[in-house]
Design a protein around this ligand. Structure first.
Ligand code: XIL
Length: 311
């Protein structure tokens, strides 16, 4: 099993990646994506600002292109995402609050219907919590309170009953105020019969900071009857990356792979991006980078070999 996907599949899991439409023209990166990974997350192309830039006018071309690419490589697709405060067009954030529910339902219905049968899972709600466990006071929360979770999940389920429906967030990989708040929300949604199917642990880590209780934390969500997945893994290093840092990154990646394998409801791990040259990290966290398993020339790094042998 000398690819990530083969090793993951041998354990009943997947190993995914995220790419953007522009990456489709980068031959070295795309060769790695198709060879190593069996799940694809469109990094931006299914977000609200791309899909419905003005009310009721839909643009599915970019997302369709990535779905088509995935199909040509035998990869499944994680749909990302339906409801999020970011990459949200201003026409939504500026709506009168009494129109937000209908706009949200229309958006979810249109997008989930368009991709019906083509996505394995949807991140229905992305990043809804603050670090202290309070809800992000975005336009959805302001309009509907915490009732928007049930409404969004039910609407997505009606449009595509075959997709696993996720809440996805970062900073919830270990036990803390934020993951505790999400846990209580998940319990309450399930008690109401809401079709929540999984929790996505983004896992944008800083070198050496994979929480030691990640497995236990994922397990408590799995014990509610939910799938869990590592959805956006990367592990950023202060640049320039030393040899010791690259070795530590291997330790980190191996820990995440082992944590997922140790939880039977952990369905797979996805890295956010393919290689260091196209990762979002240097642009968002200046001075850091080298966050993926492939270097800028698409050569595998110590983290690649560590992840592979941990699977
Ligand atoms: C990032 C993309 O990779 C960037 O290209 C974009 O500019 C901003 O969003 N959490 C998420 C992803 O759920 O959607 C984000 O993706 C990274 C953080």
């Amino acid at each position: 099993d000398n690819t990530l996907k083969a090793a993951a599949e041998a354990k009943g899991r997947y190993f995914g990646t995220a790419i953007e439409r522009g990456d489709l023209g980068v031959s070295g990166e795309i060769a790695v994506a198709g060879a190593q990974f069996d799940m694809l997350t469109p990094a931006n192309e299914m977000k609200w600002d791309t899909v419905e830039p003005s009310r009721g006018s839909y643009n599915f071309g970019p997302g369709d292109q990535l779905v088509q690419f995935a199909r040509s490589k035998g990869m499944r697709v994680r749909g990302h995402n339906l409801v999020w405060q970011n990459q949200l067009p201003s026409w939504v954030s500026n709506l009168p609050l009494d129109q937000v529910r209908s706009a949200m339902e229309a958006h979810i219905t249109a997008e989930a219907t368009h991709y019906k049968g083509q996505v394995y899972a949807w991140d229905v709600i992305n990043e809804p919590f603050n670090g202290d466990g309070s809800f992000v006071p975005d336009v959805f929360y302001r309009a509907m309170g915490s009732g928007y979770f049930a409404d969004a999940l039910r609407t997505a389920h009606a449009a595509d009953p075959g997709a696993k429906l996720y809440i996805n967030d970062y900073g919830i990989e270990g036990g803390n105020a934020k993951s505790d708040a999400l846990y209580r929300l998940a319990q309450s949604l399930l008690a109401q019969g809401v079709p929540l199917g999984g929790i996505g642990f983004e896992s944008h880590f800083i070198l050496g900071q994979v929480p030691s209780d990640m497995q236990a934390n994922m397990q408590r969500f799995a014990n509610l009857g939910l799938d869990v997945a590592v959805t956006e893994l990367d592990d950023r290093i202060q640049l320039p990356a030393s040899g010791a840092a690259l070795q530590q990154q291997g330790t980190d990646y191996a820990a995440v792979a082992r944590d997922c394998l140790a939880v039977s409801r952990c369905v797979g791990v996805s890295q956010w991006g393919v290689d260091d040259a196209h990762s979002w990290i240097p642009g968002t966290f200046p001075g850091t980078g080298a966050a993926t398993m492939y270097d800028g020339n698409d050569q595998p790094k110590p983290s690649y070999y560590a992840a592979l042998s941990a699977l």
